[in-house]
Design a protein around this ligand. Structure first.
Ligand SMILES: Cc1cc2nc3c(=O)[nH]c(=O)nc-3n(C[C@H](O)[C@H](O)[C@H](O)COP(=O)(O)O)c2cc1C
Ligand code: SF4
Length: 597
């Protein structure tokens, strides 16, 4: 296939799509699939077949439309009319959508998502332009929306160093967490000596609450592949890998299908688009270890070795896969390449803030009315995300904090709701942008408990290679367990803080180095909650159950409890537990604290 063939294919597909009077877009990404989208699509198909309108009504199985908590989602596109979005669609509603809306031109009002929902109003789709609009399993759908023309343009019009310069000029920073300038990294790999070079798209995405990369791979796999191929051309590689975690079977399947379709049409493989550039892409499936998202561990995994980090330098750009220069970028970073080439670096750099250009995808989760996947300009405030896009906190509760960056990040409290979301501001607040997980917490959340959740995750995911992380995370977890069960001493708080610094400064890789972040940031903003737990054995949020009884209180109460236990013929051990009423949020402070006993 050459450039002319590509254009012809785009035209044919556009004509085909226009031939339908109505198109029913049915979201088939993981969140909607898990809430019943398969049955909804089947009902749509059966109704279209039953009414024999398949020549005029098309059903398109798409990727994510965004407001995941409102799924299954269906969008009706009628020629000459605005799109209508349906939420929480059931098979019954699906049949009615076909009969009443697609055929009868009367929308099914009770399930229409309000068109003025602020969820969409403040978003800017740059990377997710095709998500929820095209069928990710049809190459033609992608090509009809100018897919692969950026690659064709680059191969014909640009030299590799010009591509790197264009990416540098756009100001794009890596979306995997650290925000390293993408163009600079590309140029380092391009200039690195090596008879062979590799490109890797990092789609491991192990942080709890994050699903940006999964969605992009599921919803628009060709967009990722095209970005990887452009990078391959720019750095001089002939082999790329997309590393997908094992828990993402839908993404892996769609990527695999996309690779095969692109190869069949000469868009990947040898002599891409009739040029002298040859590039293969293969998928590598990870086994689901968080540390395998770290670039050196990931490369070990790709090479079939145990996925553990190795010290840097050398950096992957000099010595990566099998000792060859390797470019590794996040999936969303690669997803940003096509719009930069299509619209130019200046256009891209015009969005966002001075040091954080463009847009960022966030997985908005937790205590907000509408959770889902959003793409916003860098610099938007947290308040706009939570209250405008997310629709505020459910049940009239108060916003307490938002965790960005998952287990490597930190929390942003209510007093910083007007902070612009960019790399610099989040760092100044003691958090990080991370890859885009954004978990909103309301006033029913207990911050020591939140820190415990993330430390539990890190201790579990520590690969054990270096002592500070292997031992330090477990010790920090134990202290947090004591804090949240009422048996911690004030000295524990000092030890916890010391351990945080030690683990951060001495761990081998980013997992250990950043594991203390959730503790440090909750201590910074919510220290009084830690002190309340330690000194008063009280959890104002009502989350922690203080099952361990402070020693002096136990000594005072023990005779009475043993007596009561015998009277109830219960085991003596039950006497050692705090009675349920005392474990509740209103539990009074004990008269004598354990630490002073
Ligand atoms: C524990 C750990 C997990 C990581 N997980 C991911 C991940 O899932 N996806 C990702 O792109 N980067 C992850 N990173 C960052 C990568 O090491 C690397 O910096 C990134 O893939 C580079 O791409 P970028 O420059 O486009 O951000 C992780 C880092 C650490 C320390
Ligand atoms: S910091 Fe933790 S995850 Fe990283 S190498 Fe050390 S033990 Fe492994």
């Amino acid at each position: 296939m050459n450039r002319a063939d590509l254009k012809a294919m785009a035209q044919r597909e556009q004509d085909r799509q226009k031939s339908f009077r109505c198109r029913l877009l049915c979201c088939a990404s993981t969140p909607c699939l898990s809430s019943g989208a398969t049955a909804v699509q089947q009902a749509l198909e059966e109704a279209v077949a039953a009414h024999k309108v398949d020549a005029e009504v098309a059903i398109v199985s798409t990727g994510c439309m965004g407001p995941c908590s409102r799924g299954p989602m269906v969008t009706v596109q009628m020629q000459g009319q605005d799109d209508v979005h349906y939420e929480n669609v059931t098979p019954d509603i699906a049949r009615r959508i076909v009969e009443e809306h697609a055929i009868g031109n009367q929308p099914v009002n009770e399930k229409i998502m309000p068109s003025d929902l602020p969820f969409f109003a403040k978003q800017t789709k740059v990377v997710l332009t095709n998500s929820g609009v095209i069928d990710p399993e049809r190459l033609e759908d992608y090509v009809a929306r100018e897919g692969y023309s950026a690659l064709a343009y680059v191969l014909r019009e640009m030299k590799p160093d010009e591509v790197c310069a264009e990416i540098s000029k756009s100001g794009l920073r890596g979306r995997g967490g650290a925000g390293y300038p993408a163009g600079l990294k590309w140029d380092l790999v391009r200039k690195a000596p090596g008879e062979k070079k590799y490109v890797i798209a990092n789609g491991d995405e192990g942080d709890p609450g994050a699903y940006m990369d999964r969605t992009l791979m599921e919803s628009d796999p060709h967009r990722v592949l095209e970005g990887v191929a452009i990078a391959g051309y720019a750095v001089g590689a002939d082999q790329g890998y997309v590393y997908v975690r094992g828990e993402y079977p839908v993404a892996a399947k769609r990527l695999e299908k996309a690779i095969r379709a692109a190869e069949r049409r000469g868009l990947l493989g040898s002599r891409v688009l009739d040029s002298s550039f040859s590039f293969r892409i293969d998928i590598r499936i990870g086994a689901g270890a968080f540390v395998c998202g770290e670039e050196t561990a990931l490369m070990q995994s790709v090479m079939g070795r145990r996925g553990q980090p190795v010290p840097r330098p050398p950096f992957p750009a000099q010595s990566g896969l099998w000792g060859y220069p390797t470019l590794i970028n996040n999936v969303e970073t690669f997803g940003s390449i096509v719009p930069i080439i299509e619209n130019g670096a200046e256009w891209y750099a015009g969005g966002g803030t001075e040091k954080s250009r463009g847009t960022k995808i966030f997985a908005l989760a937790g205590k907000v009315n509408t959770t889902g996947l959003i793409e916003v300009p860098m610099g938007i405030t947290l308040r706009e995300i939570v209250y405008d896009i997310g629709g505020g906190i459910p049940g009239d509760r108060q916003f307490k904090a938002a965790q960005t960056g998952g287990p490597s990040g930190g929390c942003i409290p209510a007093e910083h709701l007007d902070t612009p979301m960019d790399y610099e501001h989040l760092k100044a607040l003691g958090s990080i942008m991370g890859s885009g997980g954004l978990i909103v917490m309301d006033d029913a959340s207990c911050m020591p408990d939140v820190a415990k959740f993330f430390m539990d995750f890190c201790a579990d995911e520590s690969c054990g290679k270096c002592v500070p992380c292997r031992v330090g995370t477990v010790q920090m977890l134990r202290i947090l367990q004591r804090i949240t069960n009422g048996s911690a001493t004030p000295e524990d708080l000092d030890t916890l803080q010391e351990l945080c610094i030690m683990v951060r400064e001495t761990s081998l890789c980013g997992l250990g180095q950043s594991a203390p972040n959730p503790i440090l940031s909750t201590l910074r903003y919510f220290r009084e909650e830690y002190e309340e737990h330690v000194n008063q054995h009280k959890c104002s949020a009502g989350v922690c159950q203080f099952t361990e009884v402070p020693v002096m209180e136990l000594i005072e109460e023990l005779p009475r409890r043993i007596q009561a236990s015998k009277a109830a013929s219960g085991p003596v051990e039950t006497a050692l537990k705090r009675p349920p009423d005392k474990a509740q949020r209103s539990s009074p402070a004990p008269k004598i604290k354990a630490s002073k006993g």
